[in-house]
Write a protein that binds this ligand. Sequence first.
Ligand code: CP
Length: 314
Amino acid sequence: MKNFLSIDNVTDLGGLVEQALQFKQNPFASKDLGKGKTLGLIFMNPSLRTRLSTQQAAYNLGMEVMVMNMNQDGWQLEFEDGSVMDGGTAEHIREAAAVISQYCDIIGIRTFAGLKHQQNDYQELVLNKFVTYAQVPVISLESATLHPLQSLADLVTIQEYQKSHRPKIVLSWAPHPRALPQAVANSFLQWASQWDCELVLTHPPGYELAEEFTEGVQVLNDQELAMKGADFVYTKNWSSYRQYGQVLTQDPSWMITPEKMDLTNNGQFMHCLPLRRNVVASDEVVDNSIVIPQSKNRLFAAQAVLSEILLDAQ
Ligand code: CP
């Protein structure tokens, strides 16, 4: 694996999930693989899980880690080619990405959607500039449209908890007071589409995701109908894709409650976190869920990805 930007960089999904589960059994099995190598983690946006789990994953492989909160600690970056930089931006991505590559063997980058210019976000303008000008492998720590490390951890969790070979997995929209990107939902659909499962997407009208992610997925606007018999209910808010970045409704009737979970096949509630309690899901649902083991698997997902990149570079 050269870069890890989406599921398209994965040649053997089952093998990658299995590798993550093996690291869970023995986190230090490859403790010398990354010896003498440095991981640089560049954050343009806040993070708890991605930052700490990826850092710990690198330590488990013997790597050194440097973390930079670019927006707070770095120079303001320019992404336009040919721009006259006489405004607020002080450093061009061409130099920034090349310079970081002088100090790091792998670069992780988190860059959320701005939710203002759909085309810029869906062309992954910022991530792709980093990939173009970096001289070492790049991993996505969540980009404008995808969150592949999260999705891998989600499938690792589903593999651990599934009771049948072909579970029913429901991705449900839930209310939220702020406009959030579509990245987690897009990415989950991409990865779950390659898993042996019955995949159902449910959201209120107006929250349709980009067609490239929903092709072949059953879509229902009736949340309770969708949740019937589900083995997993993956819940996430996202803002509108068609009315780009807008919050069209905060309808509280879409919150996940114990009564709705009773419709499932003794199903598990999943969420990538952070989660607003009693808005997205009730306390009782969260407290009886697998969100904490799911977050633990972020560590082993990151370790599996870093290990593949390190092995490829040998
Ligand atoms: N799920 C997730 O990516 O969490 P953070 O935003 O805290 O990293």
